[in-house]
Design a binder for this molecule. Sequence first.
Ligand SMILES: [Zn+2]
Length: 157
Amino acid sequence: MTLKLSDIPGHEGFAAPVLPGGELARSGSAFTRTFIGYQAACSCGWADRRRFPPSPQGAKEAEEQWYKHTGPLLAAAPPNWLVIKSNLLCEQVANLTGDRPLAALTLLAQVEAWQRALLDRAVAAARAGGASWSQVGDAMGISKQAAHERFRDAEPV
Ligand SMILES: [Zn+2]
């Protein structure tokens, strides 16, 4: 069974059969071969180290491990409805830029002002909540060093 969560595309989880050599079978064809257990795996390349028995219960337990993999990912995933609104705003401002560039500039300056303040606030809140610089960087698509250098002054006191 493939496990999916709509807020984290690119992560499809499954209980991968473990072959006698210890490698994980990635396709359904493995079910015709001998396997010695199940381990959780994800289409992103993540694989759990814990091995569960080669039984329906073992498969279920492996699948539960995948949900643990998704926890931090979901914490950093914005809701789909908000991503759609953000993409729509971007598209409409791009259209405005073509039609009325000065109006687009006025709007973009306003967005930049609240975006910077909200970014500092979100980093401070994430750090206060226990997020590491690595997690902050991952959420923004930058390195942990870059996140630290850029936001170290936003550290909660
Ligand atoms: Zn994944």
